[in-house]
Design a protein around this ligand. Sequence first.
Ligand SMILES: Nc1ncnc2c1ncn2[C@@H]1O[C@H](COP(=O)(O)OP(=O)(O)OP(=O)(O)O)[C@@H](O)[C@H]1O
Ligand SMILES: [Mg+2]
Length: 511
Amino acid sequence: MTAPVLEVRGLRKTYPGVLAVDDASFAVAPGEILGLVGKNGAGKSTVIKMVAGLVAPDAGEILVDGEPKALASSHAASVLGISVVHQELALVPRSSVAENVFLGLPYPRRAGLFVDWPELHRRTREVLARLGLTVDPRESVDGLSVAQQRMVMIARCLAWEARVVVLDEPTASLTDDEISHLLEVLRQLAADRVAIVYVSHRLEEVLGATDRVVVMRDGSVVADLVTATLTKQALVAGITGEAKASESQTVHVDRAGRPPGAELLRVTGLTRAPALHGVDLSLREGEVLGLAGLVGAGRTELARVLFGVDTPDSGTITVRGKDVVLRSPRAAMRERIALLPEDRRHQGNDTAQSIRKNTSLPTLRQHRAVRWLPRPSAAKERAASEEMVGRLGIKARSTEVAVGTLSGGNQQKVVLAKWLVHGADVFVFDEPTAGIDVEGKADVYGIVGELADAGKAVLFISSDLPELAAVSDRVVVLREGRVVAELTGEQVSEPEILGHCYGGADAATSA
Ligand SMILES: Nc1ncnc2c1ncn2[C@@H]1O[C@H](COP(=O)(O)OP(=O)(O)OP(=O)(O)O)[C@@H](O)[C@H]1O
Ligand SMILES: [Mg+2]
């Protein structure tokens, strides 16, 4: 192997009561794509934060070009050529795309004085074009989709001309198309001798894109493997630490298979410019309706309208046969509609609060110790919260720890726990398994199956097509804000869904 550009040796980091990283050692060479995998809470993000200069290690060394370096800040790491795209998006809000891409870099200036904005925008466009991104450099990042925001973060690495690019779950909410584009960009970077560290729970992606894979378990690196010799089964076994890979590696949903019951939700002619145009769909008790489409097709927009976050321009929403107007999430909750949002960090949890507080937020009334006292009982909250922590396998020391201290995947499970504690009749799940490890995914499928068997209705949005096909009884495909197909029975399959997403549907159905 060529001399590594980045090497970590015996890294260790403890938080009060938590050994986040015990012993992490690995190296990456120029031009190499290294996968970093492990279960939720294994310590991946913590290692990356140390490499990024955000967290100081308790022990161990970080070497750049064979020299031990003290990385006191993220700027120090950037200057050494290490650029990181974090799992939690870290864009500067209320700033433009260009300002975010060139954050921390000297701006082009005229007469060495005034910022040359046209030049900055031109350079930004150039970087964005390499990523196939067409957003306006002057646009505020607040209005971008999660996928676009992530691409802007990656653009920042390009602008810095990094020698080591570290990506923590970069594809968690991207579609297949965007993922293959991103992987293509990474391959180009690798061809230009950039070293890449790639964290992902999508194991097919890791097997397809990396040269080598480092596996972490309980804070330590337990394996360092050449990808070409690996099977998915072996990788899953390494991650879970079980000699035999469990069945959780295939998408499998256990269902009683009862026929759907009464109609719970109907949407007629729902329009909200520019995202949705005359959407019709219905959802019955005991049914899992998959919602497919490319990013921008209107899936998340539909979810937001159903949860009262956005109001439609026209159209009707009917719940249990009654037309309703959902002006706020509170109104949606009154109709027993729940949303697991895609952008969980901003819409899902209050990260400063404990797991207990978060899981009881929508349900304060239910946990009152004495009915006429407004204060919820901590004991009751804790019991409900603890049950969910167990059921979803949330890795946390106790239900009293702040959600912000949990690993990314575990934070997502907390949002799910919140709704399960609260209860609802219609569950809208927007990318529920993004960032969740193999075992956690199986838990989520189990819960979806249980909800349906209990007579609830689930609207399941996912960019992971094998998952969508396996979980859904029926699939509605959105394209450019319109329903372009409704698939039932045998038609609920990956190629069929994909065909309709891209509009090559006629070929797929006539074949
Ligand atoms: N600021 C913090 N305070 C306390 N504990 C923390 C903090 N950050 C991380 N931890 C703990 O360290 C452990 C490792 O977390 P880390 O985020 O590195 O996991 P991860 O491998 O990235 O998981 P995921 O796949 O879910 O993103 C977890 O148990 C987590 O709760
Ligand atoms: Mg993480």
